[in-house]
Design a protein around this ligand. Structure first.
Ligand SMILES: [Mn+2]
Length: 437
């Protein structure tokens, strides 16, 4: 028997890639643990006859001579096919193991005879590329399911790990009848009462982990029970709260806790942090389950993980331009205009005896010249109430100030002395450098 499987608590990427893999291995059976993410469960209640999925406990695993695993290669997430791995170790000739995956390598990875692992946003993308390359036909239900897998794992191409290959696969699927109108229905099903209640408690209880240049939220709660949809509830909380990363901790009366992490910023590698708690995942999303720790203990373990795994935060000092070119309030505008041109700057702080008294921008100067005030001095068109920032403030704070006050450059003050300036360009350069190509 040829068996196709994926991880426990199967999500859309897992299910979609199983269906795609089955098309590559005609006659193969899809056998899973039986635990599904809640949105996949809802999807399957409608599609069960179209996409046949067996529970491994109902199959005779001793008959498996080819095991194809997708969207996972950590052995502990594949307990439902453990007897097959055992047999593969005892008698390697009795079963061939194939792996398709897009997760980073880990020490728990199973040994495979054939591996297809690439760091794309969704493993379904790899399988869609293979179907396409082999000229295998797909229908609109398959195209829609494959789209669901790619959309879910890439946050509709918005997560940091999304790649152009994911986008190309999505475009190809649209061309093969994928139904965009069905995506939202299955990706974000309406929350039920318990899920809404948890969401509200997560939002109310969120605290910010201090000390970091990125904003990391932690929301920890005790709950009588958890729905199968913890991942969805956590993603929804992440969407609503405006943190760069969010950890949701749900602790049950029996002492077990589930932790779900989400991140937008590359600076907070969720998978690596949760691996330290026995879980795992990607840079942008992951989960872990722990036993016997209090909420406070879990939060401090997360803090340790954040300390060790996060990229160093960026501070204003690291990005500001220094020394800064300043002008005096008495400088004629015509002289300022030619200085700005010469320096290639779009503005300058206005300083008297080293003290900041204002900021003037090229735009202000140009307007003054247009309106016939070009013969006046800088003080006639400078902004007096000037936001400034300290050199040791995190970049995030500078970004917030620029956005709140809609300003293009922030003088950096050491006490009252101007020691540098941070411009939109500096911040943009940093943001774009941070993103992988
Ligand atoms: Mn995946």
């Amino acid at each position: 028997m040829k068996l196709v499987t994926s991880h426990e608590n199967t999500d859309f990427d897992g299910l979609a890639s199983c269906v795609a893999l089955q098309k590559l291995l005609p006659g193969a059976v899809i056998g899973l643990s039986g635990g599904f993410a809640s949105n996949v469960h809802q999807y399957l209640t409608l599609h069960r006859d179209r996409f046949r999925v067996e529970r491994c406990e109902d199959l005779d695993l001793s008959e498996v001579d080819l095991l194809a695993v997708t969207d996972v290669r950590k052995r502990h997430r594949l307990a439902h096919v453990e007897p097959v791995f055992q047999r593969a170790v005892d008698n390697p000739r009795s079963v061939r193991v194939i792996v398709w995956d897009h997760h980073p390598a880990s020490p728990d990875d199973l040994h495979a005879d054939e591996e297809h692992v690439q760091p794309v946003g969704s493993v379904t993308t790899l399988l869609v590329e293979e179907l396409r390359a082999r000229g295998i036909e797909i229908d609109r239900k398959e195209a829609t399911l494959f789209s669901l897998g790619i959309h879910e794992d890439t946050g509709s191409l918005s997560y940091a790990r999304s790649s152009s290959r994911d986008a190309t696969a999505l475009a190809w699927l649209l061309g093969h009848g994928a139904q965009p109108a069905l995506l939202q229905r299955f990706l974000r099903p309406a929350l039920n009462g318990m899920e809404r209640d948890l969401l509200v408690r997560l939002i109310d209880g969120v605290k910010e982990l201090p000390r970091f240049g990125v904003s990391i939220g932690v929301s920890a709660l005790e709950t009588e029970e958890v729905p199968a949809s913890l991942a969805l509830v956590s993603t929804e909380a992440f969407r609503i709260l405006s943190h760069d990363a969010l950890f949701c901790i749900y602790r049950l009366p029996n002492g077990k806790s589930h932790i779900v992490g989400r991140a937008q910023a590359n600076a907070v590698p969720i998978g690596a942090i949760l691996e330290r708690l026995g879980g795992g995942g990607h840079a942008g999303a992951g989960s872990a389950s722990v036993h016997g720790l209090s909420l406070d203990e879990i939060v401090s373990r997360l803090e340790e993980g954040v300390d060790r795994c996060c990229l160093q935060p960026q501070f204003v000092r690291d990005l500001m331009s220094s020394p800064v070119r300043t002008v005096g309030p008495g400088t004629p505008l015509s002289e300022l205009a030619s200085s700005l041109r010469e320096w290639g700057h779009t503005g300058a702080p206005v300083v008297v005896d080293g003290q900041l008294v204002g900021v003037v921008s090229r735009r202000d100067v140009e307007r003054a010249q247009r309106e016939g005030r070009g013969h006046l001095a800088v003080k006639s068109c400078m902004a007096h109430h000037v936001s400034s920032i300290g050199p040791d403030a995190p970049l995030q704070e500078a970004l917030e100030q620029m956005q709140t006050h809609n300003i293009g450059r922030l003088p950096v003050l050491d006490g009252t002395r101007v020691i540098g300036i941070l411009s939109r360009e500096d911040v943009l350069g940093y943001l774009y450098e941070q993103s992988p190509c």
